[in-house]
Design a protein. Structure first.
Length: 236
């Protein structure tokens, strides 16, 4: 009986930790959240005192799952990653793509996770606008045995650019493009299919409002204007 009472009491204490407040008391220790509870799982780290509950993204079928799955494929989720071709950050942006959405300071970009997340959403919004008609025409169809979905289209556009995805869809898969590592449009179309990306709104000429991300000491006049190193080749 005593064991049951202790178990109920401990369970009640744990449940009080999972509120929407930024922090709570858990048996006299502080509980802090680094992400919203939605679209996340909780892990407990006892390696530091006081120990923390840390919310981390799950790879679910919503926008968070979509972007985290793609980021894991691109960089293992590393905001500081620079690959051998000069692609940058968690989502491996090329400099010309960053310039297109009004990001010019590469160091600021690498040091600012919030800016990288905003850049990813902004590029998805832009690509969704460019590919709006192709999404309407193609979603639900099958090309080379792959069911075409909006999330697959947006992921492939992140890899190869909206123009190459447009060619792939309009040629019924006869045109393909791949990057320097051998990853092609069709692979991304399949790998990232089935996520709910309705949260992403199509925006013509989508750009970052960079001013709200820039710290006072950064010089906004430092521009990087290199061409993307990654090349895409027609197959078929």
């Amino acid at each position: 009986m005593k064991k049951n009472i202790k178990y109920v009491a401990l369970t009640a204490l744990m449940l009080t930790a999972f509120t929407k407040d930024d922090s709570n008391s858990f048996s006299g220790r502080k509980v802090r959240y680094n992400l919203h509870e939605q679209n996340s799982i909780v892990t407990v780290s006892k390696s530091v005192e006081p120990f923390e509950f840390v919310f981390t993204p799950t790879v679910d079928s919503h926008y968070v799952g979509f972007k985290e799955a793609l980021a894991f494929k691109e960089s293992r989720g590393n905001y500081k990653k620079i690959n051998s071709f000069g692609y940058l950050g968690k989502y491996q942006f090329g400099t010309s793509t960053l310039n297109r959405i009004r990001i010019y300071d590469i160091q600021e970009f690498l040091n600012n996770p919030e800016l990288q997340e905003e850049a990813f959403y902004t590029l998805c919004s832009l690509n969704k606008w460019i590919l709006k008609r192709d999404i309407e025409w193609s979603v639900g169809k099958k090309i080379n045995g792959i069911e075409i979905t909006e999330s697959g289209i947006l992921a492939a556009a992140h890899l190869a650019g909206a123009g190459n995805v447009k060619k792939y869809l309009r040629s019924n898969g006869e045109f393909n493009a791949y990057d320097a590592f051998g990853t092609d449009v069709e692979q991304y179309m399949k790998r990232f299919s089935g996520y709910d990306t309705s949260h992403i709104k199509p925006v013509k000429n989508a750009k970052i409002s960079i001013e709200r991300f820039m710290s006072e000491e950064n010089d906004a006049s430092e521009f990087v204007d290199n061409e993307d190193a990654r090349s895409f080749v027609k197959v078929g």
